[in-house]
Design a protein around this ligand. Sequence first.
Ligand code: BGC
Length: 764
Amino acid sequence: MLHRYILIGTLSLLFSFASCQPSSKTTDPSIESKIEKILSEMTVEEKVGQTCQITLDALFVRDEENKVVEPFQLDPKKLKEAIVDYGMGSILNVGSHTFTLEEWAYVMKNVHEPFENKKTQVPIIYGIDAIHGVTYTVGGTLFPQEIGLAATWNPELAAQFGDVVAYETRASGIHWNFSPVLDLGRAPLWSRHFETLGEDPFLATQLGDAIIAGYQGKGKIDPFHTAACLKHFVGYSGTVSGRDRTTAWIPEKYLKELYLPAFKSAIDKGALTVMINSGDVNGVPGHINHNLLTKTLKEAWGFKGFTVSDWEDFTMLHTVHSTADDLYGAIVQGFNAGVDMCMVPYNPQYKEYIKLMIKGVEEGKITKERLDDAVRRILRVKMLVGLFDKKMNQANKYPNFGGKAHQELALNTALESITLLKNKDNILPLDAKTKVLIAGATSDNLIFLNGAWTHTWQGADSSYNTKTAQNIKEAFIQKLGKENCLFSQGAELYVEDDFEKSRLVNPDDFTAKAKQSDVIVLCLGEYPSTEKPGDILSLNLDAAQLELAKLAYATKKPVVLVLVEGRPRIIRPIVENAAAIVQTYLPGDYGATALVQLLFGEANFSGKLPYTYPRHDGIMEFYDHPKSTARAKSNKFDAYNPQWNFGFGLSYSKLVYSDLTLSATELTEGDSIKIQVKVSNESNRSVKEVVQLYIADEYASVVPANKKLKAFEKISLAAKETKIVDFYISSENLKFVDIDNQWITEKGSFKVMIEALSTKFELK
Ligand code: BGC
């Protein structure tokens, strides 16, 4: 069977996702005139209130020791004070744990009551981190974290993910999602690596655009969609030390080539809000970077939505970054740089913020025009998401919340994400009659599959685990029956003195049970964490988990390593003796079900690494490194030698690539060429394959990249099927940032690579 598979190459099908989204770039005259009317009736105090955001925690009833009384209740006095007296613009988050839909309805009723009863003229916009599902609502559908979504290399799936997350967020009464993270995963040690779409700007752009299309929907935001919030503008993930919220050094060239494109594209597609980088780039804190926030984002890119600070970051300008010698100076710096809303977020600190902002306006340190600009942007987003329509609490409109269709999508996403890294002598798929030992620190609790931002901020409290979802041990028992599924934990992860620790657990029991089984499935990985609590000292997998793998190898039984991790932890010492290695990332509530289906061959693998998997902790490598980075130390090996390459992933099918052809061997400026490749599935199993097209500029005026991903397409191939895939590459796709930090093309020879095939063309 031969099928022709046409695609529009880098002009990508994603443009169709985004064609009629609400726009953060254009304005609607009828909305603008309403905004101007409201603005003209607002006092300075009311305007300043709009720029203020507090956490819901700040509004709870507390006991004498200032602890939140459980079950939580909103304090009517605090509510009135914040919303009516201070004219608060926004509330975020959830308190310490997840809420039921009924509890959300209660929160929303109280939060919107003042506007609905005309006590305020502007409604509150509520924001939440629904980053892999509506993570703070009981019964919400939990998908793989973004890094797992990236491993699907499937923009259509990403758009469907966005659509479901938006639906369930709206079911919870919330209009604004602090997602997606568009930071690039270029510091694997960083605790938030799992929140990224991987290391490559092209992949992150395609998937980011798709997620946003899913979140915001088409046209005016309807009751099933939310505003997206692009995080964290920009360079946050480039931390030099690997620690959260620390300095990144990013030359302008790489800011333009790597870190900005996903944000720029998302703004072009209509993303409504942007959250700012808590760290600093080249010594300039994200929150005072006028050049990026105002000149680039708002003026050059034409962004008309609003920017929000990250947690307490105006205060941090004074207390951490030390760019202002008091809070007043910090507020003036941040606001004037272009931050429109401040996530203060505490009580009574918000009162101080509002007081100092008013002082800033009165003393002329903040101009009335700048204040109006910020408020205009906030009102615009509030109108676009429908908050002025006064139909906020309609939980009964969402019958699909947490339902079967959503769960199936989460399962499919996990199935397309989980990545097969090694399969020696085809040990996989496992036979359903195999006797298996399930072991390892991440094998018997859902918290490991979900990671942080799940029911709680750090995601480590299992009391909120979804009752109907399975952990890895449970999914294996369901598949094999208790008699064929032994269990011994073998090692455990825990936190002590603020750092992740591990220890062996009853190793004799582990070895004894290993000897009774045919295969050992050893689940390794990380303790759930994010942000500062997730800082670690080394990327190496900890000693106890490595030791457990060695105990497993000593039994001479085949060992399948299952990685459950947000960061690519270095496992070099245990790779060689493993029979198979599977990367699950953080696959969510349906990850264990998906893993079992894949390991037993009920489904085929199609996930591909969205990052370069490092081999040594002293060398961080990226596939698109400047050519000079790979200068070898001796003639024996190349210096670029990761554990696994970006884009790598095996399947159960034998795929053969052939007939790489070009429509022309010469390309002129402004023109494009067609690149064609044939992909054959020689196996008897259907499979999905990500066809990846890379281009290398052979010589350039600055060191060219090793190669760059320029197009990809995930195709389905039936057993024995062959397809021809077409890509179109134009001279635009060959641009790079030159010595003067300008995007240019240079004439010369370009190498095209698809899988092991390559060819060349000349830009004339
Ligand atoms: C994180 C943001 C998040 C915000 C609100 C911050 O600490 O950096 O990503 O959206 O908290 O929860």
